[in-house]
Write a protein that binds this ligand. Sequence first.
Ligand code: ABU
Length: 490
Amino acid sequence: DFSIIYSKDLLPASGGEKVTKEFLHELLNILLGYICKSSRRSGKVLDFHHPHQLKEGLEGFSLQLTDKPETLEQILVDCRDTLKYGVNTGHPRFFNQLSSGLDLIGLAGEWLTSTANSNMFTYEVSPVFILMEEVLLKKMQGIVGWSDDEGDGIFCPGGTISNLYSILVARYYFYPEVKTRGMRALPQLAIFTSEHSHYSVKKSAAVLGMGSENVLMVKCDESGKMIPVELESSIVAAEERGLVPFYVNATAGTTVYGAFDPFNDIADICHGHNLWMHVDAAWGGGLLMSDRHRMKLQGIERAWSVTWNPHKMMGVPLQCSVILIKKRGLLQDCNELGAEYLFQRDKPYDVSYDTGDKSIQCGRHVDVFKFWLMWKAKVFWYQSSRGNFTCGELVVMFASPLPQPEHSNVCFWYIPPTMRGLPPGPDRDTRLHQVAPRIKHRMMEQGSVLIGYQPLGDKVNFFRCVFSNPATQQEDVDFLLDEITRLGND
Ligand code: ABU
């Protein structure tokens, strides 16, 4: 009975051990109940409510903060309700994002990480985690194809920040004075990325004071791959306009189509113009683990930096993202400020392990442990199973598929029966554009399945189905298609 117990009764209160254990056991029961339910197909993916409904409070669940401490009973009820009104991203029918599923070894790692409650800035406070980071970064650099004397990197909060690091370090490599003199040390720099690449490239240019307009979008072919001759001519055209090209982002697994750019061709162009080549493999990096699919990333080893998100295809619980930099020492030189209260040089150990000054953060969450634990528990499983999924073998009924997928993104239009006789053209497109949002709206209200949609270029709204959840089976794909048909049948 927690109705008369408060947080002040838990450890470190004297005699608080028993109640602490009881409270955490109760919490564990709630979490285990959720975990078991989350993989049952009979349960919902989500119980959708509009923001105003959640704000007003539902069945006693209030988001408002009170003036007096609540009992632990109420705290446990709040934990249960928080899960209840959230989205079950581990459900076999959650197809909405590139990251999904709930890996239990990773979850155990996250629990341990929170229990340790440490900070990644110095070896002094995180000796084990700092060394695990070194081990994993080294491993990933080897898998990318860099030699033993190359490679550096850091875990950071998500793919956008990893991409931002690559631009930051590339700019520092060519213009080291930018660190102290700022923008006065720079000409008008130009960045190149494909029109299908992630928006983080533009965002990073804006954040770094270079201007999103100086990110030049290179044309792609029908399957979403950057066209090398278009890159070459974009670079030349930028130079003619007085811009100074310095960086090219290539993508391994574009967000919507899952396309892989031709890395060797792009590397040749970068080499010819002395440009930094980055590969955003946030989504596609997981394929490096697969003997069958890693050829799609041929040439990635020629990149000067790589983004890779183990929290996507590799299923590590959010978040887990790395930036890998080929040239050692650059990351440290670029970001180091040597705050004397934290990074003292006269500590009683090898202070090169105080890796926190490579980061643009000060406090840094431990994202490495869950990944390290998963690697230990199942590296062969990645190689034999998840990494070897069959791309594009899905049969999409009643639908018109977009280009053949290279990754596990399957993009398609659902054409409702009433539209099947319409000839292609602007009138059909106008109607088709409204189909996916309408079905998604109904899907969210029903909560039975979740899939994303978007327009892209000249293509009106289409569905993007992502397979990255090992819980998903053929029956879930059948269910999704039946559900789309049922919800879109008017
Ligand atoms: N950072 C890209 C994630 C996009 C997605 O999950 O759909």
